[in-house]
Design a protein around this ligand. Structure first.
Ligand SMILES: Nc1nc2c(c(=O)[nH]1)N[C@H]1C(S)=C(S)[C@@H](COP(=O)(O)OP(=O)(O)OC[C@H]3O[C@@H](n4cnc5c(=O)[nH]c(N)nc54)[C@H](O)[C@@H]3O)O[C@H]1N2
Ligand SMILES: Nc1nc2c(c(=O)[nH]1)N[C@H]1C(S)=C(S)[C@@H](COP(=O)(O)OP(=O)(O)OC[C@H]3O[C@@H](n4cnc5c(=O)[nH]c(N)nc54)[C@H](O)[C@@H]3O)O[C@H]1N2
Ligand SMILES: [Mo]
Length: 765
């Protein structure tokens, strides 16, 4: 058969799927993408992987006697779709009838697909909503702390979603870009919903041509992308707040603070100022004070403050800074620092978040153009937990919790339903999570591959991949809407999540409520129609659905105007107030202070996180482990593929350590090592790095969880080590970056990694 070509899209970019004889043979990057991601090259291998789930399967212990303790250790029995769906329908009915709708946990957090119709999490919510409701999850692991925190300070969380001063404004006006957490281009391969273009490399190249200075403040010099001339200021993890406070202190005592801006556009500086000067707590936040904490030279802090005040400077903070215990503080402090500099609202000045956390941040794009969207409906059960509190919820039913000024109660979960996410990838302290995962009576998972979460489900349903169905995708950070043509028939017995839910809804008597009597094509037309209408209202010529589908994409023009965050507000705060209680930037928040939480005052402050290099535990575990995003894949997706395996040695995930720390432990590159703390141990393969600040270790996330016995993880999944506590009482985000460990050489034979074998009972063909 001759070659067939289909336009498609993933979170790592748009591409053409090339199919020969019913097999995906390669993915060619979208012609308009100047820097496509190599992750597309893993797709042929993964779509046809032996680790695909081929048939529905039921865990034996659960099937025979409703066991909940052997998840992850049991055999599977492959069954027909009819039998599997019958069990799922019965379980849903039973739990709703006996324990109530909120006893079903369907938060189903995770990245699913770029296509918006077949986005598994959305369909899970739609289905569970239509059936009576469920317990859901609020926020995300990405920037979930900022999401609930920033509205108190700046009236919105839009700047953390990517709606920040655009790169054109930076190119023309910024002279100095200060990046806390750096600009790791590897992360900008990805954007949620998928993009037509990857642009950060070209923005950085142009910035370089214009001699914009870059300062990267990070424990890891590898956060400076290849080819970028940048000054590296190594900093101890989690101490950015101290450095920011000292930068502010310097501005203040040297008469460089913009007092006009602080009074015109902010409230609360009268409380922050005495704190900086040490008048309110007896501790002056000068550079020498900060230097002790953050490890940055006094003179470096002072000269950076002067430099920032002396030129048009722009501050950006990686999302990782808020994925940490007290992660709100560096964000609040960076806003306060930018306010003290008085350049917020000026072209190329002020602050932003996540310039290299995701593709498209600061990408110029016309406002008011929605990306394709699919609604999930209303949840009648009205039960929600903060996303990262899942283990607490399962372990402590009935216990109350605080969240953003309100009290909630953890529901008693009997059934967990997950499609499109991988909690054994994303959650912290996985040994604790293993205990929590035994609590529910029934766990149902749809996925395409036998991931660690699937291996801990009672009922496993095989889902199609993106290439096996039609869809529409796109991101609010990108100018393209992209058609996703079905390139392959469903593999083995896989079904679309939508079709699985339709069939279940039919068995449960609410099919029309779920489908709204629309098939795939009608839904795609509706999703596209939403975009089409909004774009036309902005005066854009939009093709109709058929023409769009034929062409494969539509592209909105580059905006004529530059976007500068808070330009209107800063020009006239009375006319264009922020949506904060005061209408201004809140450097002191009465709302936050009014919550009375012990772990958060009303203004940005240095307050040590539970684990960091200055904590008492650092005597036992003297390395701060940073778990960065994997360069060769998205989270745990495609971990079995060759490109991902190439970043492992002896099958173990690589872990980076400074030469000094490696020497002190007698370790060298390629040594098998074990990382450990009181929560667990995982194996890794050592890489001695010239880039890491002593006292830190770095390991990417993404290795499929593969435990042996009670605490050893064989493969290199750092989430057996991470701390499962909230960022704060206020936002309850994940503290994934807050982790102390030590590392030693692994003695003896390396256990085999087994997570890439099919589980017992599952047939190969
Ligand atoms: N230590 C540490 N942990 C972290 C982080 C960190 O920085 N450090 N980062 C956190 C962050 S920011 C995030 S966003 C999370 C990510 O966590 P997740 O989003 O849960 O991770 P993924 O591996 O992307 O999981 C998505 C799953 O959906 C499946 N899937 C994809 N498409 C479909 C589909 O169409 N149907 C079905 N049924 N399934 C599908 C994939 O196969 C995959 O198993 O991890 C978090 N965890
Ligand atoms: N290739 C690839 N790209 C991805 C993803 C992926 O899985 N793969 N995931 C995507 C997702 S869902 C998200 S949310 C984003 C996340 O985007 P980020 O949160 O920005 O990504 P990270 O890699 O966790 O962190 C960026 C850098 O911050 C530095 N850092 C960590 N802690 C500190 C600190 O306390 N202080 C300072 N100054 N620096 C610190 C680390 O050295 C790290 O390399 O990435 C997205 N991009
Ligand atoms: Mo994320």
């Amino acid at each position: 058969m001759s070659e067939q070509r289909f336009p498609s899209l993933s979170h790592w970019g748009a591409f053409t799927a090339v199919v020969e004889n019913g097999r995906l043979v390669r993915c060619e990057p979208f012609a308009k993408d100047p820097s496509p991601s190599a992750i597309i090259d893993s797709m042929p291998e993964m779509v046809h992987s032996p680790l695909r789930i081929k048939r529905p399967a039921i865990r034996e212990g659960w099937l025979k006697h409703r066991d909940t303790t052997q998840r992850g250790r049991d055999r599977y029995i492959e069954v027909s779709w009819d039998e599997a769906l019958k069990l799922v329908a019965e379980e849903l009915q039973r739990v709703r009838a006996t324990a109530g709708d909120a006893a079903i946990f369907g938060g189903s957090y995770g990245w699913s697909s770029a296509g918006r119709l077949h986005h598994a999490r959305t369909q899970t919510h739609r289905f569970l909503n239509a059936g009576g409701g469920f317990t859901s999850q609020a926020g995300n692991y990405s920037w979930g702390s900022a999401q609930f925190f920033l509205p108190h300070v700046i009236g919105s969380y839009a700047p953390v979603t990517g709606r920040v001063t655009d790169w054109n404004s930076i190119l023309d006006h910024t002279r100095l870009m200060v990046a806390f957490g750096g600009l790791p281009v590897r992360n900008t391969q990805i954007t949620s919903g998928g993009a037509g273009q990857h642009l950060l490399p070209s923005w950085l190249e142009r910035a370089q041509q214009r001699n914009i200075e870059f300062v990267v403040i990070s424990p890891n010099r590898a956060d400076i992308p290849d080819g970028l001339r940048a000054r590296w200021i190594p900093i101890r993890p989690h101490t950015d707040t101290a450095m920011m406070l000292a930068l502010m202190h310097t501005l203040l005592v040297e008469g460089l603070a913009d007092r006009d801006f602080l009074t015109r556009c902010c409230v609360g500086f009268e409380v922050l100022e005495p704190y900086l000067l040490g008048e309110s707590d007896g501790c002056v936040k000068h550079a020498a004070w900060a230097s002790q904490l953050c490890g940055v030279e006094v003179s470096t802090i002072i000269s950076l403050a002067r430099e920032m005040a002396g030129t048009r400077s722009f501050i950006t903070c990686a999302w990782s800074l808020q994925r940490a215990h007290r992660g709100e503080q560096p964000y609040w402090a960076s806003i306060a620092l930018a306010a003290t500099l008085g350049q917020i609202g000026l072209p190329g000045g002020g602050f932003a978040f996540g310039h290299a956390s995701m593709n498209g941040v600061g990408n110029p794009r016309m406002s008011n153009l929605p990306a394709p969207e699919m609604a999930s409906g209303r949840n009648p059960a009205n039960s929600v937990i903060p996303v990262a509190r899942i283990a607490d919820m399962l372990l402590k039913p009935g216990q109350s919790f605080q969240f953003n000024g309100k009290e909630g109660v953890y529901p008693d979960i009997r059934l967990v339903y997950w499609a499109g996410g991988n909690p054994y990838h994303h959650h912290q302290d996985l040994n604790r999570f293993e205990r929590a995962w035994q609590k529910p009576e029934t766990v149902i998972v749809h996925d395409s591959w036998w991931t660690a979460t699937v291996r801990r489900a009672d009922i496993v349903l095989p889902a199609t991949t993106t290439l096996e169905r039609n869809d529409v995708g796109g991101s609010s950070r990108d100018r393209f809407v992209l058609a996703m043509h079905q390139a392959l028939p469903p593999q083995a017995q896989a079904r679309n999540d939508f079709d699985i839910y339709q069939e279940l809804a039919s068995r449960l008597g609410f099919e029309s409520r779920f489908t709204e009597d629309k098939n795939e094509r009608q839904w795609l037309e509706q999703i596209y129609g939403g975009v089409e209408r909004a774009w036309r209202e902005q005066g854009l010529a939009m093709p109709d659905f058929n023409a769009f589908w034929e062409q494969g994409y539509v592209e909105s023009p580059e905006p004529a105007e530059r976007f500068v965050l808070f330009e209107d507000f800063c020009a006239d705060p009375e006319q264009h107030p922020l949506k904060t209680p005061s209408g201004k930037i809140e450097l002191f928040s009465n709302t936050i202070a009014g919550f009375g939480y012990a772990d958060m005052r009303g203004h940005p402050e240095w307050s040590p996180p539970q684990e960091w290099l200055g904590a008492p535990q650092a005597k036992r575990y003297p390395l701060h482990l940073l778990t960065f995003q994997p360069p060769d894949k998205l989270h745990g997706q495609f971990d079995p593929s060759q490109p991902s395996r190439r970043h492992k040695k002896n099958g173990r995930q690589q872990v980076y350590l400074s030469a000094q720390d490696a020497r002190a432990r007698g370790l060298k590159t390629d040594d098998a090592v074990v990382l450990f703390n009181d929560r667990g141990q995982c194996l890794g393969s050592l890489v001695v790095s010239e880039d890491l600040m002593p006292g830190t270790a770095a390991m990417p996330t993404g290795a499929w969880f593969d435990p042996q016995g009670e605490t050893l993880e064989r493969h290199g999944n750092p989430n057996v080590l991470t701390l499962d506590i909230p960022t704060s009482t206020l936002t309850q985000g994940t503290s994934a970056q807050t982790t102390l460990v030590d590392i030693r050489k692994w003695e003896g034979e390396l256990p085999r990694v087994e997570v890439f074998d099919l589980p017992p009972g599952v047939a190969v063909a």
